[in-house]
Design a protein around this ligand. Structure first.
Ligand code: BGC
Length: 769
């Protein structure tokens, strides 16, 4: 018998190898097909009505009349399925609706349940503006990972977060939901949130689908009035407002939410430039876009769409995949397809990412909530510990004359805790935190009591009640648990004020907790003045007049007018809304068990007349500090009371030896910037080292300063560390309005390093062609 040649043997081996791989692939794909359908096959089998149902998010709560015309949500699910259902926080109800979709709808496509898990689900972390004040992306990621784990255990696979709107006008109520005014910090926090919610890959266990919202420009609402139009030139869109969204897209965020407002006169939810040209064309984004609540229907109210049919067509052709709770897609899109106005291919293209997302999230294999697992996940003590750490790391010490803080409990016999927010529980959770499934909350009063124990007498006086002048619409929604404080007569207010002052007089120290109840910030909560409202300013001044040491603790969603306090109250602590562990974390700071290191993610104005206010404006022909003609007001300052990036510590830091590794480099190079930071005080603390640059000339005027790096570092007393930053094309480029593209220009650059946007330590370098 002739022996096979070695060539023949090699071919045989190769053939066997290929056959083995093909077999393995077949086995894997049939296994896969058993649990995941192929989305394209599914699309071939689905009717147009079913596809349109996938493009619809049904409201899981009582709905206005125009929505009811679209049909009863349960019947829709049974007959056609549903892309998503909004705001069903009850796991039992989730399972019930999911069974209808999986068992009874024609193609058994599970529902994606969506909820606003913004800064926690059960364990509520500090509000987003507070988390941004930590300048600690790792903390932000860990907190959102807890939120994701808890939400997923409760059946929520989709959160409408992170909110990435740059906000530079504190009158706008939703500043509290974002990371402040700066695109660089905003992008870092955006990335961290996406990773926390989703992990590095969609579908990781205990993770949820994130949603980058509100795309885009919502924070620039005219006059800071919520929902009002935004007028943003293209260069500001690219260089500022879109930056955190791009970072989220790059981090793999699985969905986007289009904003409510008109952007340059075209509503964001019908804005093809945003949803198509930027998102799909420029960024090659392949996730899906949901509208904000009812925003498709609102295209009619905007005066942009003639009627529901026109609204559905305009939103769909702009690139919006899913209609949040307005029923407009559901009501009109099927007929538009049947009439030949929308090719089936376009509908399929819009549905495909939604089906793919459900598959990747594992909803086909695990559509139901395991109710038995919920208590274990929610009651994890480590989550509460992390929430407490988050409070400690996010509060900002704004003033501390003669080391008024920390308080020494060994030297204090009695504390007066005063103010309308001192005993608040749902208010410190903020609106979104109070609306999910929050666990117990530690009020600031309770946190102080926990801290000092029985050795110090702690008494409380509420002071006058505070209310909005015009009530919030949210108060009328039955499942919104936050409320206004009751109305008081002038006599009742006066009595509350007198009681508080009397208490201060007989105590060793007064901790005065003032600010805004939760309904005073957030959505539909814009205000014209930033004053401490409802008699709080008078209360503060009266308590200070007693001569007792006073600590002002602020609970609020935006910078407030504390001009008087900034000169007369020795210690001021900004805590924002700090969540479930508010009281414990704040008490840790007040009594020195933690050292504050939060830094402001917004410029803090003196008052609302200065708004909008942001550090990274252009130089102008007459900068504020120039001699002679200047761009400032003649009756007031136009610089902030506290600059962007500002925050004090119980220790002190010194910055020195700022170096760029090359004084001259070619465009395209990456430079290394180094700066030394030393702890010059007597206790350990965190420094937030910030790097700013300024391009001196170019094809466009460049901002006076731009943040281009930061690092939070812990230093023991006396310790010194050299911090390194990279300045490469990503940091040095900008979108030039003159050239209509991203460029790095051969110009001279200033560099500053320090602990806020007014840092003085300076060096420079030049880029050459
Ligand atoms: C808000 C969104 C939110 C949505 C769903 C809207 O009113 O603008 O931020 O995600 O409701 O609750």
């Amino acid at each position: 018998m002739p022996q096979p040649t070695s060539k023949f043997r090699l071919s045989l081996l190769l053939f066997q190898f290929i056959a083995l791989i093909a077999l393995a692939q077949f086995a894997v794909s049939s296994l896969y097909a058993q649990s995941h359908p192929n989305p394209k096959d599914l699309l071939r089998q689905m009717t147009v009505e079913e596809k349109v149902a996938q493009l619809s998010q049904l409201p899981g709560f009582p709905i206005p009349e125009f929505l009811q015309q679209a049909g009863n949500p349960e019947d829709i699910i049974r007959k056609y399925g549903a892309g998503s259902v909004l705001w069903v926080p009850e796991p039992k109800q989730i399972n019930r609706l999911q069974h209808i979709a999986v068992d009874e709808s024609p193609h058994h496509v599970p529902i994606l349940f969506g909820l606003d898990v913004i800064h926690g689900y059960h364990t509520i972390f500090p509000s987003p503006i507070a988390m941004a004040s930590s300048w600690d992306p790792q903390l932000v990621e860990s907190a959102q990972a807890v939120a994701a784990r808890e939400a997923r255990a409760g059946g929520i696979a989709w959160t409408f977060a992170p909110m990435l709107d740059i906000a530079r006008d504190a009158r706008w109520g939703r500043m509290v939901e974002g990371a402040g005014e700066d695109p660089y910090l905003g992008a870092a926090i955006a990335r961290a949130q996406v990773l926390g919610f989703q992990g590095t890959q969609l579908g990781a266990p205990d993770k949820v689908l994130a949603c980058a919202k509100h795309f885009a420009g919502y924070g620039a609402a005219d006059g800071g009035r919520d929902y009002d139009s935004s007028y943003i030139p293209e260069e500001q869109m690219w260089n500022t407002y879109l930056v955190p969204f791009k970072a989220a897209a790059d981090a793999g965020v699985g969905s986007f939410m289009s904003a409510y407002m008109d952007l340059n006169d075209v509503p964001a939810s019908g804005n093809r430039w945003l949803l198509h040209d930027v998102l799909r064309d420029a960024w090659k984004y392949n996730g899906f876009v949901v509208s904000d609540a009812s925003a498709v229907h609102s295209l009619i109210t905007h005066g942009f769409a003639r009627d529901g049919q026109d609204a559905a067509m305009k939103a769909f052709s702009a690139g919006l995949n899913m209609d949040m709770a307005s029923g407009t897609y559901f009501k009109y899109l099927t007929a538009e397809v049947k009439a030949g106005h929308i090719p089936m291919k376009e509908i399929d293209d819009a549905v495909l990412p939604i089906l793919e997302t459900k598959i990747r999230l594992g909803l086909f294999e695990h559509p139901y909530v395991d109710e038995a697992r919920i208590p274990d996940v929610l009651n994890n003590p480590q989550s509460q510990e992390l929430a407490r750490t988050a409070v400690q790391r996010s509060v900002v010490l704004l003033r501390n004359e003669q080391n008024a803080l920390p308080l020494n409990k060994a030297q204090i016999k009695s504390i007066a805790v005063i103010g309308p927010l001192a005993d608040a529980e749902s208010d410190v959770l903020d609106m979104w935190g109070a609306m999910t499934k929050p666990g117990p909350t530690v009020s600031i009063l309770q946190g102080i009591k926990n801290k000092v124990g029985d050795t110090v007498q702690v008494e409380f006086a509420h002071g006058p009640n505070i209310r909005r002048d015009i009530p919030s619409f949210f108060e009328n929604i039955p499942f919104v648990p936050i409320k206004e404080q009751p109305k008081q007569s002038p006599e009742e207010k006066q009595k509350a004020m007198d009681d508080a002052v009397d208490l201060a007089k007989k105590s060793d120290v007064a901790i005065v907790v003032l600010g805004e109840i939760a309904l005073m910030s957030g959505e539909a909560a814009s205000r014209s003045s930033l004053k401490l409202s409802g008699g709080q300013e008078e209360l503060l001044e009266a308590v200070v007049a007693t001569g007792k040491p006073v600590v002002l603790v602020l609970v609020n969603g935006r910078p407030l007018d504390i001009s008087w306090a900034s000169e007369h109250v020795p210690a001021i602590l900004e805590t924002w809304y700090s969540g479930s562990q508010a009281g414990n974390g704040i008490a840790d700071i007040l009594f020195g068990d933690a050292n504050p290191a939060g830094h402001l993610p917004v410029s803090w104005p003196h008052n609302s007349a200065e708004l909008p206010l942001y550090y990274n404006h252009t130089l102008t022909q007459a900068p504020e500090d120039a001699p002679g003609f200047t761009s400032r007001y003649w009756d007031a300052l136009s610089t902030p009371l506290y600059p962007f990036g500002f925050g004090l510590s119980y220790t002190t830091f010194n910055y020195d030896n700022l170096q760029v590794n090359r004084k001259e480099a070619k465009v395209g190079s990456t430079l290394d910037v180094a700066v030394d930071v030393a702890n010059t005080g007597s206790r350990a603390g965190d420094a937030v080292v910030q790097l700013y640059i300024h391009q001196r000339a170019g094809s466009a005027s460049r901002p006076v300063r731009q943040l281009k790096g930061f690092q939070r570092v812990n230093l023991q007393p006396g310790a010194k560390q050299t911090i390194h930053f990279k300045l490469g094309p990503d940091e040095l480029q900008y979108w030039s309005p003159a050239l209509k593209k991203w460029i790095v220009e051969p110009e001279a650059f200033d560099v500053w390093a320090g602990d806020n946007a007014q840092a003085k330590l300076h060096t420079e370098f030049s880029l050459t062609q």
